[in-house]
Every structure is written in C-alpha cells, then in structure tokens.
Design a binder for this molecule. Structure first.
Ligand code: JFH
Length: 244
C-alpha cells in the first residue's frame, strides 16, 4: 500500500509515521509513505498558500493553485484523493476497512479556515475523524493512517483486528496481566481457571455488560444469541434488546 500526504507541515506528519508499529510497517515494506510539502507549490516570493476569503469574514482560506499542483500528479499516479475535512464522512471501523483495500491513497491536509471550494472537484472523498474541529488536517490524517495501516495484512497479528471490539460491535471485555493481585484487587478467578469455554463466556458477558452500561446504542446492531439476551435481561429486567 502507498500513502501520500500533502501538508504545509511535513515534519508534523513524518515524525509519527516513522514511529512504533506504523514505522515498522514502513521499514518492512508493507506500506510506503511519501510526505509532500505544499509550500513547494506556494505562490510568489513568500510561497503563499492562503488568501483572504471573497465576501469577507474571519480567517484565511487555502488558495486553489498550490493544492491543484500538489494533487494532480498524485491523481495521475492513480491515487484515490482523500481530503481531511470536518464536514467529511465520519471515520469508523467500516470506513477504515474500506480505505485499507485501496492500494494508493493521497491524504490532503488543509489549514486555516478551510480551502477554496474548487479544490473539492479534485478529490474523490472527504473524511472527518469526528464532530469537533482541530486546527488542520494533519492530525486527522495521522488518525486515518494509523487506523488503516494496522489493518494491512502483516502489520499486526491477524487475530488482533478480527477480535477488535468494533468488529463484533461490542466494546472490549476487561483485560488483566500480572500480578495476580494488585493492591486489594485480584484478577477474576475465571481467567486463571484454564477453562477456555468459561473464559470465552465471561469475556462475552463482560463485553455485553460494558456495552450496555456505556454505549447501549451499539447493541442495536450486534448479533445477539439467546444466551446474550438472557444475560442482558439480568442487567435490565424487562428491557427489549431485539434487532433495531
Ligand atoms: C481543518 C478549520 C474549518 C470552519 C464550522 C466548523 C468548522 C477551522 C483544515 C477534521 C475534523 C478537521 C479539520 C480537517 C482539515 C482542516 C481547521 C476548518 C473551520 C466552520 C475552522 C483546516 C480541520 N474531524 N475535525 N477537524 N481546519 N468551521
């Protein structure tokens, strides 16, 4: 997989991409990153990439020419062009898995109050990481890259993302490691029992409990069997948990 990033802050993007699991994926050749400094296409002696908004108003807007110059060669190279934007399609597990199937992505990061509307003609999709505003597209792009690259075969243990809580639609079950007792809190004995069936059942129930307590909205799209429904009934007697 190849991922290009267009930004006026290449160092802000390149650092994290060289670090940890994502950095190792790049070293292993599973993914190739290329970060492009938009300012190389800036206009005039000051390499300007922004200008005042027509019609007035606060803040600056990114001018179209540098973005066009940076994006066009990536388009010609076959990249799917993704614009980071607070008004884009919301990133979730489903979208991350879809983007992970694209061999060549180019993520375009804006700054200021946004970009000239005509730049949208050059992009294939627009993605948001959630309903809050950050100061530019770089951190959102890193979130997208992190979520996508860990799904590329070979980057992490395959079982990890099949087990991802969002794959089942439930939140994670509680996890423990050594020591067996920490302060006054022992590890739940079932996890030390060696009964894999019991461990699986406990984890399923704790995942159901946590989802019911914290994100009951998620339960509507989870595949619940009879045992799941019976367990949920003990948490909230009389509450309907049918498909919805
Ligand atoms: C970005 C910024 C827009 C305008 C009402 C709400 C926003 C400031 C480029 C993505 C997510 C982003 C994101 C992505 C790219 C850029 C800052 C944009 C506005 C009007 C103000 C510039 C922000 N999920 N959050 N933020 N900005 N307002």
């Amino acid at each position: 997989m190849r991922i290009d990033v267009v930004t006026i802050f290449p160092e802000l993007v390149a650092g994290p991409l060289g670090t940890s699991i994502i950095g190792r994926a790049a070293e292993a050749g599973l993914v190739e990153f290329q970060v492009h400094d938009l300012r190389e296409h800036g206009i005039g002696r000051h390499r300007s990439v922004d200008d005042y908004p027509y019609g007035g108003g606060a803040g600056m807007v990114m001018r179209p020419e540098p973005l066009f110059a940076a994006i066009e060669p990536l388009r010609d190279a076959g990249a799917v062009i993704v614009l980071m934007d607070p008004a884009g399609e919301r990133l979730d597990d489903r979208l991350a898995r879809e983007l992970a199937t694209i061999p060549h992505l180019a993520l375009v990061c804006g700054r200021y109050e946004g970009l000239d509307e005509r730049v949208r003609d050059l992009v294939d999709r627009e993605v948001s990481i959630g309903d809050y505003v950050v100061t530019g597209g770089e951190l959102p792009a890193l979130v997208v890259i992190d979520a996508v690259v860990r799904l590329v075969p070979g980057v992490i243990q395959e079982a990890s993302h099949q087990d991802d809580s969002f794959a089942s639609g439930l939140l994670e079950y509680p996890q423990y490691t050594r020591p067996e007792t920490f302060g006054d809190r022992p590890v739940p004995p079932v996890l030390l029992s060696g009964h894999h069936g019991e461990v699986d059942r406990w984890r399923r129930q704790e995942a159901l409990r946590r989802t019911f307590e914290r994100r009951p909205d998620l339960l509507a799209s989870v595949d619940l069997d009879t045992a799941d429904r019976q367990f949920l009934e003990t948490l909230a007697p009389g509450t309907e948990t049918g498909e919805g």
